[in-house]
Design a protein around this ligand. Sequence first.
Ligand code: NAP
Ligand code: MG
Length: 498
Amino acid sequence: MLADTVALQVTDEGAAAFLARPHGLSIDGQLDVPASSGDSLAVVDPGTGAEIARIAAGCELDVDKAVRAARRSFADGRWRRSSPFEKQRVLLRVADLIDARLETFAQIETIDSGKPLAASRGEVATAAERFRYYAGWTSKIYGDLNPGPTDTLTYALREPIGVCGLITPWNYPLLMATTKLAPALACGNSSVLKPAEQTSLTALLLAEVLAEAGVPDGVVNVVTGSGVDVGAPLVRHPEVDKIAFTGSTAVGKQIQVSAAETMKRVSLELGGKNAHIIFADADLESAIAAAAAGIWMNSGQACAAGSRLLVQRDVLEEVLAGVVEASSSIRVGPGLDPTSTFGPLISEIQLERVEGYVALGQEEGARTVLGGHRYDRAGYFFEPTILAETSESMRVAQEEIFGPVLCVQAFDTEDDAIRIANGTRYGLSAGVWSGDLARGHRMARELQVGKVWLNSYGTADMTVSFGGVKDSGHGREMGKYSLDLYTEIKSVVTHIGP
Ligand code: NAP
Ligand code: MG
């Protein structure tokens, strides 16, 4: 299962040059602003644990500079007032420039986050498509003409919100930044982006691309640094109108509380403990392949990972054996090794957290049928792990592990499956496999989540909404739904008589 490894370096010249140079903040069109404190943070390759670069450690003062720059750019209308077609041209150029530097972005993303190169290439291509998709929306953001008394003419404008604070996690770095930035820009907003401290590099490269494509100075600013030193001040800042956050439920709750002080709008894409439900009448071959892919994707570090596998009792053993078999073809190794299909976890902290949960599951009475250990090698690698015989009362079946750990549980009836699936604090997504489509649609109505996959799992089409309910947050990103997150409605009422 383990790929042979040698010390791997990026081979792309652009990626090597980017890694070799100093990385400042990106504020008001300047791409190399040093942090006010002069401090920096180490950037680590999770595949080896080695330092590969340093980034600026921003602080409250830097956040303030960035927010002021964003505010100025919004106030004078240098982007907000540009025509929809000008915005479209610029966003299409962004997409083309990302495509032109696809390999550079992908190699940097891989060495920074650990994910296999093929996955990074796919995500970078998708990031370009996000800009193309929202470029199309710039000229299709309509307001309304209101029906009302005949002596009154009332229309609703759909306007940009103002300055948006965008805070992103480390699991899909460029993609999460783009999922927020592309619609924020399409709607005419100015932004300050705070990427996760572990994976900030592609956001800094993106800032270069945005400038090259013609996004005016100050419209997008990037402040790197920790959540406490950069994220929290961004949420508190009175000149920020909206926070879009993707990350953990714990931090999401803090953000919602903190944002109340300045009455900011908030959208929160938080954690998940997603039920992947297989009925005995399903196409088991496809369901088994999807169950394996649904948890091993990004080494389990995905909010939409199908981390709870609920299997109808009659086919439990068959499905379990199938998932173990499907997992035998995994090649574990650093992302830059082209044969790796399963990369490391992001950090030692994450590795210890996953290890702790596996030990807890074993204490709680779960049976380990695959994996269960870290690999004895450099980097933060953990075995694909399956815990069988889990139940709702166990913490491993309730809490988000955010690693390659699949918790398996049997159920008997449709009602049982719904009850177990809905029986956590989370409500992000779910999958249902059944040969009876009517049952699939019945289940879809009962599942308390933001997205249901029927006889499929884990696809992320750009036109489809994404987001959760309960502790998984609120607000829907992607597709036309992002337009609601990045625009404000203003009604204009005119008395026209008689
Ligand atoms: P996290 O610890 O919540 O961090 C997310 C971001 O918030 C990082 O940029 C972090 O900064 C920043 N942050 C931390 N404390 C903050 C504070 N007090 N105020 C403002 N910002 C703060 O989450 P993570 O560990 O990076 O990511 C994993 C979590 O994200 C998982 O729970 C996962 O389910 C969730 N996630 C959800 C989705 C979704 O769409 N629903 C997608 C991906 C991930 P630093 O890390 O730099 O300190
Ligand atoms: Mg890193």
